[in-house]
Design a protein around this ligand. Structure first.
Ligand SMILES: Cc1cc2nc3c(=O)[nH]c(=O)nc-3n(C[C@H](O)[C@H](O)[C@H](O)COP(=O)(O)O)c2cc1C
Length: 355
């Protein structure tokens, strides 16, 4: 059986360079995808691209040595190809193409999930990007099952394959579904059977039990994990078998406090760090009552010190905690809409819209 590998899904505004550094340092993550660079008629300056993905300067690897792909969002094949070539010139080791973003404004411009209605356009974009890059550079496509029905999922994925994609990542929902309901892993498996290139399963993978069920339903051995990794930062360690159990709240609180302190030490504005922390607490609160409680008690905090202090207080409980970790319990696959609402920042106003 091929080895099972786990990648961090692109999470625009959440999995920023700091988050990628922190999560990849924990281990268990084989690659990660940075959020998207929007491709328009005018070139973004190199300085923007390097700020967006500083890993470009270090061989497209995080500090822990985990490969990072940059994602492109747009609908003009030649502009996408041009931007991909520029990114590779700056050091990108792989380029991912976004065909799944459900945001209305993006779709209104013909980008993201809007392309799911036009398999020919997907093929043309992938082919143009493929032609523009050296063969050693991986080009992947991130897809949903379709626009409003999964019926064309095979055609869409085949279009990416015909264009020359090295692999496709497939979120098991349509654009119309957004984040409602549950990801259809069996449908991902149907698509996989019609493709020669690897298919990476995505959607609602939070626990080893989820991964096992998805593997059985889809036949996939590569998995892309998004929200689960923010809810429980140690997720990749647990999925990869480096850890038998999810962490206790005190241990997680210590990790999160440390991440915030690193941001502050790097000179990030305290109010920005406070906003990110609140967003993270909301996301973690989905699976951890103590995170919910901490957020409720400090939701009006204006000072980041108050939040970090509260996290450090919770972290200090670790000494009195029996095992320091909790069993890897199955996730609640029906609550995804709530999670997305949390992570899109209704509470904190800091997290960007999900794509
Ligand atoms: C806040 C947020 C931001 C996202 N940003 C992107 C993005 O930039 N590009 C993309 O292809 N998908 C993006 N997604 C979708 C995720 O990569 C992933 O496909 C989706 O969340 C399902 O996986 P999960 O259930 O493991 O979270 C985003 C999702 C969320 C919730």
């Amino acid at each position: 059986m091929p080895p099972t590998v786990f990648g961090l899904a692109p999470l625009q505004g959440i999995a920023d360079p700091f988050m990628r550094t922190h999560l990849s340092a924990l281990g268990g993550m084989s690659w990660c995808v940075a959020g998207f660079v929007r491709v328009t008629a005018s070139d973004l300056p190199d300085s923007y691209l390097l700020r967006f993905c500083p890993e470009l300067r270090t061989g497209s690897l995080t500090r822990a040595g985990v490969p990072v792909q940059v994602q492109l969002l747009g609908s003009d094949a030649e502009r996408m190809a041009h931007t991909a070539a520029r990114l590779v010139g700056l050091g990108a080791g792989g380029v991912d193409l976004n065909f799944g973003c459900p945001v209305r404004r993006v779709n209104g411009h013909g980008g993201g999930a809007a392309l799911l209605r036009n398999a020919g356009a997907i093929e043309r974009i992938v082919a143009a990007v493929r032609r523009a890059l050296p063969s050693r550079i991986q080009v992947s496509a991130k897809l949903r099952l379709g626009w409003d029905s999964p019926d064309a999922a095979v055609d869409i994925a085949r279009a990416a394959e015909s264009g020359g994609a090295s692999c496709v990542a497939l979120h098991g929902r349509t654009r119309t579904q957004g984040y409602d309901g549950v990801a259809d892993w069996a449908r991902i498996g149907m698509v996989r059977q019609h493709l020669r290139i690897p298919v990476i399963a995505n959607g609602d993978l939070r626990t080893p039990e989820d991964v096992e069920a998805c593997r059985r339903a889809s036949g996939c051995d590569r998995f892309l994990v998004g929200r689960g990794a923010i809810e429980r930062p140690e997720t990749f360690r647990v999925l990869a078998g480096l850890e038998a159990c999810f962490w206790s709240w005190p241990r997680r609180a210590a990790f999160v406090a440390g991440c915030a302190e690193e941001r502050l030490a790097d000179g990030q504005p305290p109010e920005k760090v406070a906003g990110l922390l609140k967003g993270w607490l909301v996301a973690m609160g989905r699976v951890e009552p103590a995170a919910r409680e901490l957020f409720r008690a400090h939701r009006r905090a204006e000072s980041v010190d108050e939040l970090v202090g509260a996290l450090r207080t919770d972290a200090a409980l670790v000494a009195t905690h029996a095992s320091g970790s909790t069993p890897a319990t199955p996730g609640v696959r029906t609550a995804t809409a709530t999670t997305t609402a949390s992570m899109s920042g209704k509470e904190s106003g800091r997290w960007n819209s999900p794509s």
